[in-house]
Design a protein around this ligand. Structure first.
Ligand code: CIZ
Ligand code: SF4
Length: 319
């Protein structure tokens, strides 16, 4: 309504006044994705969010996503102010990989190169040799394997298993999962595919192996959007957070999208696969943080130094 439009307009004005740019993840509410598009910000996956924030000249980055994304922005751009609509937006992979236990795990495998997913705390990244996102994980592991390195992987065990299957790297795996992707169901997907023989299946590799096995395309959010554009199928069954549909519909406006079934799937569940922490980002708290300037992300300088090393390696490798 009119009130909502006024809030959006006020946010756009404040972004300009504050020399701030909005960096939004594909999984946040489409209102926020649209504001980022309209104001020269970016909507992307965590790798491109990191790149964009590092390269953009604005003195303030407003990161709409979850905490590790704000931390990554601060790690790469300590001179910038990094704000988030909420500092309470966690990630089950980050929460499932506490630094102390992780450091002990690494200590128990001293012969292994430590590769961690970007969905981790700054302190976990500081212990790692490399950070990766899902868009470059397979490539980096192939590269390290070709050098004869043995690898320890954390925290997502489905993604780790998928990389092991794809590369034969035989990585030692940490045992955490994403609360969203772990819910996709193998049997339910088999049935849905039977009902839609015309459909292609797009799967994010944080999903269980039985779901990945049925995919026509496996990849990061950006790679899945690309697949939605290029695959010839008229219908796409999608196993990732439902926030992705905003960009997927832009990429392939004539195709039909169906959410892959989850454990909680029912006729009354409109958006079963949606991250509860991504959903904490909204117009209201975005406006509030721009008006009041709270919610600045801080990273301990000693931790930052180590996390920068492994994160910058990711960006250099991705180039
Ligand atoms: O599941 C997530 O949080 C993803 C896909 C993050 C990312 O790499 O963009
Ligand atoms: Fe973490 Fe999963 Fe939410 Fe992504 S969707 S932020 S991996 S809990």
């Amino acid at each position: 309504g009119a009130e909502r439009d006024a809030v959006i307009q006020r946010i756009k004005t404040l972004l300009k006044e504050r020399d701030a740019v909005l960096v939004a993840h594909y999984y946040v509410h489409e209102d926020l994705q649209r504001i980022a598009e309209d104001t020269g910000g970016c909507v992307s996956d965590s790798l491109d969010m990191a790149r964009f924030g590092q390269e953009h000249p604005a003195s303030t980055l407003v990161v709409a996503g979850v905490r590790f994304m704000g931390e990554t922005a601060k790690i790469l751009s300590p001179e910038k102010t990094v704000l988030m609509p909420t500092l309470e937006a966690e990630c089950s992979l980050d929460l499932g990989c506490p630094a102390e236990a992780f450091e002990a795990f690494c200590d128990a495998h001293p012969d292994r190169t430590v590769v961690v997913y970007s969905n981790t705390s700054a302190r976990v990244k500081a212990r790692a040799d490399y950070v990766v996102t899902s868009s470059i994980a397979v490539k980096l592991v192939e590269h390290l394997k070709a050098q004869g390195q043995k690898i320890l992987w954390a925290p997502d065990r489905h993604l780790g298993h998928y990389i092991n299957e794809t590369t034969g790297a035989d990585m030692v795996l940490w045992d955490a999962t994403c609360v969203v992707h772990d819910e996709f169901r193998t049997r339910g997907l088999e049935e849905l595919k039977k009902a839609h023989p015309e459909a292609a299946v797009l799967v994010h590799p944080e999903s269980p192996a039985g779901v990945i096995a049925q995919a026509d395309a496996v990849g990061s959010t950006s790679q899945l959007i690309q697949a939605a554009r290029t695959l010839p199928h008229p219908t796409l069954i999608v196993a990732t957070d439902s926030g992705i549909f905003y960009k997927m519909r832009q990429a392939a406006p004539d195709k039909t999208f169906i959410e892959a079934p989850t454990g909680g799937h029912s006729a009354t569940c409109r958006s079963c696969a949606h991250c509860p922490w991504m959903a904490m980002n909204g117009l209201h708290n975005l406006l509030q943080v721009l008006e009041e300037g709270g919610n600045a992300v801080q990273v301990d300088p000693a931790v930052r130094e180590g996390a920068l090393r492994s994160t910058q390696r990711m960006l250099d490798f991705a180039r």
